[in-house]
Design a protein around this ligand. Structure first.
Ligand code: PLP
Length: 377
């Protein structure tokens, strides 16, 4: 871990519950991805971390959005291309999008009501259908976004939806296939791309001149440390078909290394035979460990300052790290050995930038929200 980062983490005002964004890490990831996918369109899925959208916009081709607020933000940071996904897009939202009259906005339509509303609105922008081609091919992925989930048109319905759309004045030119999240195996991901291309070509048949295939996100960057092997992926990917824009919309892969969660030990106690480190903040500021049920790796940042008139408590051995919420589920780590941990020391959790703060229920118990810092190195 960067020496600057440890120094910074020790120095922020306490008691600390803070997010530290390091946009340089996102930029490095984007550059590595670009080297492997030189001819692809790369759209940043900003739901992973909206605080990094302005850093991303300079190094990717555009932003994937799933709500009106996300579109507003994408345009505000200067996105030239915007892909709008999500299973619920109200007629009002679609009319608002149409009213923007922005040439870079493309819709990924996911359902019948949406198609009808688009035809009713007289949608004239680029349009793809999101396809749910059945169970995703990845065994390593943490989430499967195809199969028995409410996203996209099933293979049985996609052909009918395509013909209906074309017959009702909508110019569909391609398909979107977000199938999984956190796929860690390059061969599995390459197989997903291959299948997305085959399914798209089959659906297009001689009805549509296929111009766009978006394979979604899903490139793995696990908060516990493992990352998909990009070089291997590059070697395994099928050649892009001529005349088809090939797009992807990674969120986790780009954002994960660019965020650190920092928290501070405010008490140490032993209950029921377990040593607890009770920290400021917790899962309402960093929900991912509770959502996935894992202990997030951390580095102890020793803080030498101690200005209280009583002795400082210290523990060594296995500690469970819990937050400030009134629920036993507020656990950032169920048990990890530490050499020494004192009240006032801090815990720094890396590879936390994706779906860390953005999925957190910060309003619960009305505690002070986490601070956020952006560092330039
Ligand atoms: C439609 C869509 N595209 C892209 C993504 C980003 O996925 P990931 O963060 O796994 O790359 C998501 C995440 O849920 C999504 O719903």
């Amino acid at each position: 871990m960067h020496r600057e980062l440890i120094e910074f983490a020790a120095g922020v005002p306490g008691p600390a519950s803070a997010w530290i964004w390091r946009p340089a890490a996102l930029r490095e990831r984007a550059a590595a991805l670009r080297r492997v996918l030189p001819s692809w369109t790369i759209l940043y899925a900003q739901k992973a971390n909206k605080a990094l959208s302005d850093a991303a916009v300079d190094v990717v081709d555009g932003i994937e959005c799933a709500s009106r607020e996300e579109v507003v933000r994408a345009l505000a940071v200067g996105a030239r291309r915007v892909a709008v996904a999500g299973p619920v897009k109200s007629p009002g939202f679609l009319r608002w999008l149409q009213g923007l009259d922005h040439p870079g906005i493309r819709l990924h339509a996911e359902g019948w009501e949406e198609l009808r509303a688009l035809a009713d609105t007289g949608w004239t922008g680029p349009l793809a259908l999101r396809v749910n081609a059945g169970e995703a091919l990845s065994a390593t992925a943490t989430h499967h976004m195809q199969g028995a989930v409410p996203f996209g048109f099933s293979l049985e319905e996609a052909g009918r939806a395509l013909r209906w759309a074309l017959g009702n004045g909508l110019e569909v030119d391609g398909f979107a296939h977000h199938a999984m999240s956190n796929c860690l195996d390059a061969a599995e991901y390459a197989e997903h791309v291959d299948r997305a291309l085959r399914v798209s070509a089959d659906l297009a048949g001689d009805v549509v001149d296929l111009g766009y295939v978006n394979v979604g996100g899903g490139l793995g960057a696990d908060p516990r440390g493992e990352t998909i092997d990009l070089e291997r992926l590059g070697a395994l990917l099928p050649a892009p078909p001529a005349g088809v824009e090939l797009a992807c919309e990674p969120g986790r892969f780009l954002a994960a290394p660019a965020g650190y969660y920092l928290t501070e030990v405010v008490d140490l106690k032993r209950n029921g035979g377990v040593d607890f480190a009770v920290v400021r903040g917790g899962t309402h500021h960093f929900r991912l460990p509770a959502a996935w049920g894992y202990g997030h790796p951390f580095t102890v940042v020793p803080v030498e300052r101690w200005d209280r008139p009583w002795a400082r408590r210290e523990v060594s051995g296995t500690v469970r790290v819990c937050g400030e919420l009134c629920t036993p589920r507020d656990v950032l780590h169920p048990g990890r050995a530490v050499e020494s941990l004192r009240v006032g020391d801090r815990l720094l959790m890396g590879d936390a930038g994706a779906y860390g703060l953005d999925i957190s229920h910060t309003g619960f118990l009305s505690n002070r929200p986490p601070e956020t810092y952006t560092v330039s190195w």
